[in-house]
Design a protein around this ligand. Structure first.
Ligand SMILES: Cc1cc2nc3c(=O)[nH]c(=O)nc-3n(C[C@H](O)[C@H](O)[C@H](O)COP(=O)(O)OP(=O)(O)OC[C@H]3O[C@@H](n4cnc5c(N)ncnc54)[C@H](O)[C@@H]3O)c2cc1C
Length: 493
């Protein structure tokens, strides 16, 4: 999910409803001889470079790549949450992958790909949901997950400079001794990389306080490698970095990032039960607008609750009971139990973050709810939207039309400076026509859709072309080789 447009992005074209994107317009994948020449050049330039794929073995080039190989694994992400993306993306494999271990190796790969005109798709941990790092036209996948050094932590400002492949949890572990923590994290925090989060994610845990990743202030600068025969290594300030933020790696290779950090808080994880959905919604709205220190607030409707793998020792789900999930500070806990009771809720369980057995509470939020539900109900999918205010009439109208085929999972966020509710409802899959009908229905009711069933930056966001993103691609990837097919504004320019 992305945020609404900010004043930093003034050159956006007006929204329009795009026809569903197909891959029919894409350039042909490179010939085997081109890939073999690229692999040979890379190996000659740096014999230590880790190359993965059949192009490294001239004898195996004619054979199709089996789906269980490392090359196949490096060519996919979690697009299978979408029954529309699955047939479009399944089996689209890179011809070659490289696992870079240094900045010099990134520069070397960028230059060689540009010279051989081979498409280059970047990859962090590969946890994206929309096929962001699936190489639509083959070519080379560059795995940046080994570029993971924390270069600097400014003790006065708390600003960090960190390499793109550093895991978010690994970064937090290094910040903890200094009493600092990252502001925002996806629920895939334990796996995802910093660079992949900025390039492919949008927000998550912490969005209630800090908004979305593209909100000014959440990204302070980037180190970027361009895709040119002689690649440049650039350092961009916050303003120049904005078009690279959430561009799916289509307009530059991020090698390091400057990010603000916050004072670390020992969050308490709370489970709250509500027998009445309207009361739970009012409680959520009250807490979002309060002065209580909260880092996450998620609301799961009762039917979803039994499918979640709750931590051992936590109370068993009760039929018909909705669950409100909170990450709250110790100070907030002084007020919360009475406040929740007054709103019709019951504090079921509280345990400190980072302690106890089982999954952390953050893995019962955002797309982890989708993950757990689909684990038991693989014939379901999901949608992402920002609810209009007031939320209740929209939710009621959708419930009247869609009934038990649409199960509600809400997340509190700050959008445009306002406390808002986002939703990632689970949807029983009944075909593309009904999905379109649901999307239209949500829009009629005033919701903003972030379509997780589309492959372009624009459709996954607000449906608008960001001219700054396209201009950045022209400047940093003039031949259009980075992650082809994912930036609609480039294809339509
Ligand atoms: C269960 C589950 C829960 C999730 N929850 C959330 C959530 O709460 N919030 C959220 O925003 N997302 C969420 N996601 C999506 C995804 O996990 C996150 O966005 C994550 O931060 C992506 O990081 P990654 O390292 O896996 O990136 P990847 O998937 O490897 O890459 C993502 C995109 O960034 C590009 N990219 C990667 N590295 C670079 C680089 N160095 N330079 C330029 N481009 C690059 C890739 O080409 C790709 O387009 C979830 C996904 C799953 C499966």
């Amino acid at each position: 999910m992305t945020q609404e447009p900010t004043s930093q992005l003034p050159q956006t074209r007006s929204p329009q409803k795009y026809a569903p994107m197909t891959t029919a317009h894409l350039p042909p994948r490179p010939a085997a001889a081109v890939i073999a020449a690229l692999a040979a050049e890379l190996q000659a330039l740096d014999p230590q470079l880790e190359l993965i794929g059949p192009a490294c073995d001239p004898c195996s080039q004619a054979a199709p790549v089996p789906l269980n190989t490392e090359l196949a694994r490096l060519s996919r992400d979690y697009f299978d949450y979408s029954p529309l993306l699955l047939p479009l993306l399944r089996g689209r494999l890179a011809d070659l992958a490289v696992r870079a271990r240094s900045l010099e190796q990134v520069l070397l790969v960028a230059g060689a790909c540009a010279r051989h005109r081979v498409p280059l798709t970047l990859r962090g941990a590969g946890t994206g949901n929309y096929g962001q790092c699936v190489p639509l036209c083959g070519g080379l996948v560059l795995d940046l997950s080994q570029l993971r050094q924390l270069r600097q932590l400014d003790p006065d400002t708390g600003v960090v400079e960190v390499e793109a492949g550093c895991g978010l949890a690994a970064l937090d572990r290094q910040l903890a001794p200094h009493g600092r923590a990252i502001r925002l994290a996806p629920s895939s925090y334990r796996t995802a990389t910093v660079g992949g989060f900025i390039a492919g994610g949008s927000g998550g845990i912490g969005s209630l306080r800090w908004g979305f990743l593209r909100d000014p202030g959440n990204l302070l600068g980037l180190e970027l490698v361009t895709l040119e025969p002689e690649p440049q290594l650039l350092r961009l300030d916050a303003a120049a970095s904005a078009p690279i933020n959430h561009a799916y790696g289509t307009n530059g290779i991020i090698t390091a990032l400057r990010l603000p950090t916050v004072e670390a808080v020992a969050w308490r994880q709370l489970l709250v039960g509500f027998n009445d959905w309207s009361a739970a919604l009012v409680a959520a709205q009250t807490l979002m607008a309060s002065a209580l220190e909260l880092n996450a607030l998620a609301l799961l409707e009762a039917d979803l609750v039994p499918a979640m793998p709750w931590p051992p020792g936590s109370p068993a789900p009760l039929a018909g009971q909705h669950r409100l999930l909170l990450l709250a500070s110790a100070a907030a806990l002084e007020v919360l139990p009475a406040l929740l009771r007054a709103k019709g809720g019951e504090l079921l369980w509280a345990w400190p973050e980072g302690q106890g057995k089982g999954l952390p509470l953050s893995e019962f939020t955002w797309n982890h709810v989708t993950l757990h539900w689909r684990g038991q109900h693989p014939d379901w999918t999901y949608l992402q939207l920002l609810l209009p205010q007031p939320e209740a009439p929209c939710l009621e109208a959708l419930r009247r039309r869609w009934g038990p085929d649409l199960l509600w999972h809400l997340e509190a966020v700050r959008s445009g400076g306002m406390a808002r509710l986002a939703a990632l409802p689970l949807l029983r899959w009944q075909g593309p026509e009904l999905l379109d009908e649901l999307i239209d229905h949500c829009r009629q009711l005033g919701a903003v859709i972030f379509n997780p069933h589309a492959i372009t930056v624009e459709e996954g966001g607000l449906g608008v072309v960001d001219a700054d993103q396209v201009a950045a691609k022209a400047a940093y990837d003039p031949a259009g080789l980075l992650n082809p097919g994912k930036l609609r504004g480039w294809l339509e320019r």
